[in-house]
Design a protein around this ligand. Structure first.
Ligand code: PMP
Length: 385
């Protein structure tokens, strides 16, 4: 036998070290010990009856969170991007017309995903911080006649909460599926999937739900496509069976479900159920308003001008004039052990982003962030121009 050419790495002979940090960026947010502990339960088989029961509980929790009666509710293994691709791959075929609303990075990404599978993609574009009227959306639907229309409810890159009323009905009129990204908004801002005519909705576990970033929850139609989707892993026919959504008497192995992630996701949904969806919406709104008032009284400006379009979960602050935003975020991380972030995609350099989601959404945390920002503006370099 030849001797090993790669030696045991020294780094792995040291213990794992993870700092405690205030996670006040656009996600992930802090995970309360109750949810962490749920995820530390023993691993059991992904096809065991107890797991199916836990998956059914998750399904009920997601239906509540989404306000839908749709039985086709499941959690996809992966991150928010996995859910986006799952939604698009299962509804769009090569050559189909797709329309995405771009007022930040998420519409851009959805457009790219659809393009990669050969769709004819058109976009409507609003400047960062802006949003679309129903008349603008209708005009584009009638012009492009898409099979799918993508809209981000919470545009976390720009801090916009997009109005949803009436858009589902427009999509119905134009025979188009309405796909909504609620990764950054669900649980923190009102959304009624069935009443608002949303066909496909997904979110992530790492924001308001305060679970680790390894699961996303997804709901969507099935059997719409004529051909099989390009991805086996994301094929909704398979996933629906694993999640007991297809009415078949037994579930078949598709992939090894991340059972410990199911435990933490179930716990995070239990926390939401305990608080109540409406109470959670109200708390996020009140805390956001308290934060916005505090920012304005410090002389900082909010990036989203229209009050009702401000996302209560992720606040965008106009990057303070004369400062380097990177110096501010790293000062706050180093001095206050708080993560806040800069912009993303089209908002890079324009904003600072602060996310207060789920258990992090409290007035005490607002005071902590305001204090850190004040300190940063005092100590970071300010140019004279
Ligand atoms: N959509 C929105 C609105 C998001 O905020 C995010 C995460 N920042 C995603 C999609 C993608 O999620 P993930 O990073 O978990 O893939």
């Amino acid at each position: 036998m030849p001797s090993l050419s790669v030696l045991p790495p020294k780094c792995l002979q040291k213990p794992l070290l993870v700092p405690h940090r205030h996670m006040f960026g656009p996600g992930p947010s802090n995970v309360p010990s109750r949810i962490l502990e749920a995820g530390a339960n023993p691993v059991i088989g992904h096809m065991h009856p107890e797991i199916f029961e836990i998956m059914n509980d998750i399904k009920s929790g997601v239906q509540y969170m989404f306000q839908t009666q749709n039985n086709m509710t499941l959690a996809v293994s992966g991150t928010g991007h996995t859910a986006m691709e799952c939604a698009i791959f299962n509804t769009v075929e090569s050559g189909d017309s797709v329309l995405t609303a771009v007022n930040g990075i998420w519409g851009e990404r959805a457009a790219e995903m659809a393009e990669r599978i050969g769709a004819r993609v058109n976009t409507i574009v609003a400047p960062p911080g802006g949003f679309f009227t129903n008349a603008e959306i209708e005009q584009a639907l009638s012009k492009y006649r898409p099979v799918l229309f993508f809209l981000a409810h919470g545009e976390s890159s720009t801090g916009v909460l997009h109005p949803l009323d009436g858009i589902g009905q427009l999509c119905q009129r134009y025979n188009c599926l309405f796909l909504v990204d609620a990764v950054a908004s669900i649980g923190g801002a009102p959304l009624h999937m069935d009443q608002q005519g949303i066909d496909i909705l997904y979110t992530g576990s790492q924001k308001v739900l305060n679970a680790p970033p390894e699961k996303n929850v997804y709901i969507g139609p099935i059997g719409i496509r004529k051909s099989k989707p390009v991805s086996f892993f994301l094929d909704l026919n398979w996933l629906a069976n694993y999640w007991g959504c297809d009415g078949k008497p037994s579930r078949v192995y598709h992939h090894t479900g991340p059972v410990t992630a199911f435990f933490s996701l179930r716990e995070s949904l239990a926390v939401l159920v305990e608080e109540g969806l409406e109470n959670s919406w109200e708390r996020h709104q009140k805390v956001a308003e308290y934060f916005h008032t505090g920012l304005e009284s410090m002389g900082l400006k909010l990036f989203v001008k229209e009050k009702k379009a401000r996302l209560p979960t992720v606040t965008t602050i106009v990057a303070p004039h004369g400062y380097d935003w990177k110096e501010i975020t790293s000062y706050i991380m180093k001095t206050h052990n708080i993560e806040i972030s800069g912009g993303l995609g089209p908002s890079v350099g324009l904003v600072l982003r602060v996310g207060l989601m789920g258990c992090n959404s409290s007035k005490a945390n607002v005071d902590m962030v305001l204090g850190a920002l004040k300190d940063a503006l005092k100590h970071c370099h300010k140019s004279k121009v």
